[in-house]
Design a protein around this ligand. Structure first.
Ligand SMILES: [Zn+2]
Length: 457
């Protein structure tokens, strides 16, 4: 519990920093009533987990500890974990796993667990869990890849389904919450060498035993981890110097069946990172960038990292500025990182006619669904066009400049749709900005001024 002690000390020494560093309590959605229970949002301080993979028996055992505080007036805590819990203790007292069962939070939210114990907001609480790691009970999750003396495991996050972040494997919260994660990982019975590819800091304890540490500003969708037999990949690293003399070590791990050379991957990564540093601002993820290349259609962004096909490389890297640099505060804000990345990195800007003609309204930020955990697929199309409409109104250069200032203001923090709307409007005072958000992001008819009027009544 070293981290917890350090955190507590930091909080008491620097209370003024609390809001910025760790305290996300104000961002939790309002309490949720379901199945006769009222669940209350939490703010996780730390998660510590130890996993031992036994390749012979093809089992993985987990011991996980989570410290957290209650939001609001306290009550029954809400968290998520898509594994079957076998043993649990809350604040040192044994509880039955059924007393922290998953409940349905809505079609686009999936399930969250509610711990059936009223907790007070004043103190830090401690949840201890033990379970066997298996295929997560989340839509489109994948199996752990057990081989003969080998392991193939990918955190495999996705924002296109609910329950597809950290909660697949370890206790976690919705994405408004930043927390530190300390992770001890051991493979027993390995007959091959393995690569551990991650955006965490790795300490090697033994050949197949590592300790991983992830920063406190990470949220449930930040952590990248791939474990793979070394013989299936080629791994290289190179230091690049970005504008502003920023040096970054680029770690490229490529599946051998991806038909590209590591050299070419390094070349493209450097090119894209140069471009995005120039357009959006300084690389925000310290002196490392981790790139795992595979074939196929699915790619994913993480903080300063990606698991990607070559076709999606620039898109996923751009997310390290928008999406995992500035992070959506709730999944309802997840539209903007896709929309802006499609606009800015993929160059999808719509033609003059498309961005200047009124189209059907679209709801990319469903504010009536605060527990939503799915990014609407229209974010990529209608969302990018919404930025095209704003650019049409205020000028493309101005928009690029403002989005880079927004990045600078919110990097490594969370930002809401409303934060972005207010920022763009304050800087331009252009009513067209408000109208674009009103019609194409919030999905409302009529004029934004009518909505503003009725809000004041
Ligand atoms: Zn994307």
């Amino acid at each position: 519990m070293l981290l917890t002690a350090v955190t507590a000390t930091l909080l008491s020494l620097f209370p003024a920093q609390q809001t910025d560093v760790l305290d996300d309590r104000m961002f939790a959605p309002a309490p949720f009533k379901v199945d006769g229970l009222t669940g209350v949002g939490i703010d996780i301080n730390t998660v510590e987990a130890k996993v031992v993979f036994d390749l012979e028996s093809q089992t993985a055992s987990v011991v996980a500890d989570m410290t957290f505080r209650m939001t609001g007036e306290g009550g029954m805590p809400i968290f998520d974990l898509r594994q079957d819990i076998t043993s649990a203790k809350l604040n040192g007292k044994k509880m039955k796993p059924e007393e922290m069962a998953p409940h349905k939070f809505g079609k686009t939210a999936g399930t969250m667990r509610i711990i059936e114990k009223e907790l007070k907001p004043e103190k830090e609480h401690h949840l201890h869990l033990e379970y066997s790691l298996a295929k997560p009970q989340s839509p489109s999750a994948i199996e752990i890849g057990w081989g003969e003396g080998t392991l193939d495991w990918d955190f495999f996050f996705s924002d296109l389904n609910h329950g597809r972040y950290m909660e697949m494997w370890f206790p976690a919260n919705l994405i408004y919450d930043r927390f530190g994660f300390e992770f001890d990982l051991e493979i027993k019975g390995a007959t091959e060498e393995h690569e551990i590819v991650t955006n965490g800091t790795v300490t090697t304890v033994a050949d197949t035993h590592w300790q991983l540490s992830f920063p406190e500003h990470y949220t449930a969708f930040s952590h990248m981890l791939v474990i793979i037999p070394s013989k299936e990949v080629e791994r290289t690293s190179a230091t690049i110097t970005l504008p502003g003399k920023k040096e970054v070590d680029v770690d490229v791990c490529r599946r051998l069946n991806a038909s590209v050379t590591n050299e070419r991957v390094h070349e493209l990564v450097e090119q894209h990172m140069n471009d995005f540093t120039n357009s959006m601002g300084e690389w925000p993820h310290g002196d490392r960038c981790t790139v795992f290349v595979w074939t196929g259609g699915r790619s994913m962004e993480y903080d300063g990292a990606t698991t990607t096909s070559m076709g999606a490389l620039s898109h996923e890297l751009h997310h390290s500025w928008y999406g995992r640099g500035v992070k959506p505060r709730h999944q309802n804000d997840g539209w903007y990182d896709e929309a802006w990345t499609v606009y800015a990195a993929d160059g999808f800007r719509g033609n003059e006619k498309t961005v200047s003609t009124e189209a059907r309204k679209s709801t990319l930020c469903p504010t009536h669904l605060p527990w939503n955990r799915i990014t609407p697929s229209k974010s990529y199309s209608t969302g990018a066009l919404a930025f095209g409409r704003i650019a049409h109104a205020i000028g493309e250069e101005k928009l690029l400049n403002l989005m880079s200032l927004f990045f600078d203001k919110y990097k490594l923090r969370t930002a809401s749709t409303q934060d972005m709307e207010a920022f763009l409007f304050e800087a331009t005072k252009d009513p067209a900005v408000k109208q674009v958000f009103h019609r194409y992001i919030y999905g409302r008819e009529g004029s934004w001024t009518d909505a503003a009027e009725s809000k004041r009544d």
